[in-house]
Design a protein around this ligand. Structure first.
Ligand code: 5AD
Ligand code: SF4
Length: 429
């Protein structure tokens, strides 16, 4: 029996790509192992969104060199965004790597056993939406489902359009078939994945797709990531408001509160445009949770620009955010523009952003104390043994004491008894 070991870095798209790699290898007769030491093939599914992620991978790759020396028959594949970006340079740098497989070419893992060492698979794949790869999913309550691949937006800081290629939507019928199958297997929640789901287009648009998925029996919750603020339509807002399974949560990356910086980022909206969308979302769906991404220290960002971001955080009151220091990515426009900032300025600005958001997140969670929430149980809370863990429709984690009776996949009504910064506690009512 042959064994595989996959190490995944980066975003949800990569996590799901790894599930597909596992799905292919399983069909080829491989089983999973929890350590590279016992594997016949090791796959690194890499991320290049920021330099830190890249460094983390290269140090992991260095660590496997000794193992390959001891066991030359061990196959090593580098997949994901670094694979796409670096191609043959990876093998020049680490000659013990056997294959380089970009994110548009996962399907070739089918033939991995017969591939020649040194093979590079990084060509653009316009047929990515034609073939559905069966995923071997980790979870059995919640499932990721790709609805589109790639991105056409070319935000000036972002590497994704270069690594994942042009935007391509999957046919709505394949998506619906996949979700029907998931429902039959007992899945309760789907998260629709795309770099920019709002520009989904096949025979239906994104709100139309949500309408179709909302009809699928057995599925209780529908989520989606990521939305681009410039493409949020009235129809999408009405879909979140009116479709019972579509959860009241939207991840809407702002990136910066300064319209000058947003223009440099090529985001195609101003802060005022963004704020109008937020106001409309809150007006139509008062209970909605809004989360976001922020980049600190983009080139040419002055103290004043940074203060616009601080002001934005106070005005919008996000439920939570992911914030990052700007990281120049080779090949992107932002890596070459004037006015790159030193790391210490980026760090100070990032800390200020995170500190402010922490107080907002905590305050918003406290406001939920005493409220009644619908919670989908996902599993046991691993940090405090014996407690169930689930999420509200607004995507907040809720831990529930074990004396109560519940199991993964149950949807229960919970009264929130305690609020922490990153989670809530509740009891079944
Ligand atoms: N530097 C810092 N953050 C980045 N992101 C994307 N590219 C970069 C970069 N070069 C962030 C954005 C995006 C999130 C997924 O990662 O905020 O929304
Ligand atoms: Fe990157 Fe912008 Fe595309 Fe998101 S929308 S993947 S940030 S280029």
């Amino acid at each position: 029996m042959k064994r595989y070991y996959i190490e995944t870095f980066g975003c949800q798209m990569n996590v799901h790509d790894s599930e597909k790699m596992a799905g292919i290898l399983k069909l080829e007769g491989y089983t999973e192992t929890d350590s590279a030491k016992n594997a016949d093939i090791v796959i690194f599914n890499t991320c290049s969104i920021r330099q830190k992620a890249e460094q983390k991978f290269f140090s992991e790759l260095g660590r496997i060199k000794a193992l390959k020396k001891r066991r030359p028959d061990l196959k090593i594949a580098v997949a994901g965004c670094i694979a796409q970006q670096e191609g043959s340079k990876i093998i020049e740098r680490a000659s013990y790597v056997d294959y380089v497989v970009g994110p548009q070419n996962i399907h070739i893992l089918r033939d991995i056993a017969t591939s020649e060492a040194g093979s590079i698979y990084t060509e653009d794949n316009p047929h990515i939406t034609d073939v559905d790869i069966p995923a071997d999913r980790r979870d059995n309550v919640r499932a990721w489902v790709n609805i589109m691949y790639g991105c056409n937006n070319f935000c000036s800081y972002c590497i994704v359009p270069y690594t994942r290629g042009r935007e391509r939507s999957r046919a709505s019928q394949s998506i619906i078939n996949e979700i029907k199958d998931l429902a039959e297997k007992g899945y309760k929640e789907v998260t629709l994945l795309g770099q920019n789901v709002n520009s989904y287009k096949s025979n239906v648009d994104f709100p139309g797709l949500l309408k179709e998925i909302n009809k699928i029996e057995g599925i209780k919750r529908i989520r989606f990531v990521t939305s681009h603020p410039k493409d949020i339509s009235d129809e999408l807002i009405y879909a979140i408001r009116d479709l019972d399974k579509v959860c009241e949560h939207i991840h809407l990356p702002l990136q910066s509160g300064s319209s000058k910086i947003l223009a440099l980022m090529n985001r195609k909206y101003t802060y005022d445009d963004y704020m109008k969308k937020i106001e409309q979302l809150k007006r139509e769906i008062p209970e909605i949770a809004i989360t976001s991404d922020i980049i600190a220290g983009f080139p040419q960002e002055t103290d004043e620009d940074h203060n616009h971001t601080i002001k934005a955080l106070k005005e919008v009151e996000f439920d939570s955010i992911f914030a990052f220091k700007f990281s120049p990515r080779p090949g992107t426009k932002a890596s070459t523009i004037d006015g790159q900032l030193p790391d210490d300025i980026k760090s100070v600005r990032l800390s200020e952003i995170l500190e402010l958001q922490n107080t907002i997140t905590e305050r918003k969670n406290k406001e939920l104390k005493g409220t009644i929430q619908e919670v989908l149980i996902e599993g046991v809370d691993e940090k405090s043994t014996g407690k169930f863990s689930g999420r509200t429709r607004t995507n907040k984690i809720v831990n529930i004491p074990s004396e109560d009776n519940a199991e993964p996949g149950d949807i229960i009504t919970v009264k929130i008894t305690r609020a922490r910064r990153h989670s809530l506690e509740g009891e079944i009512v």
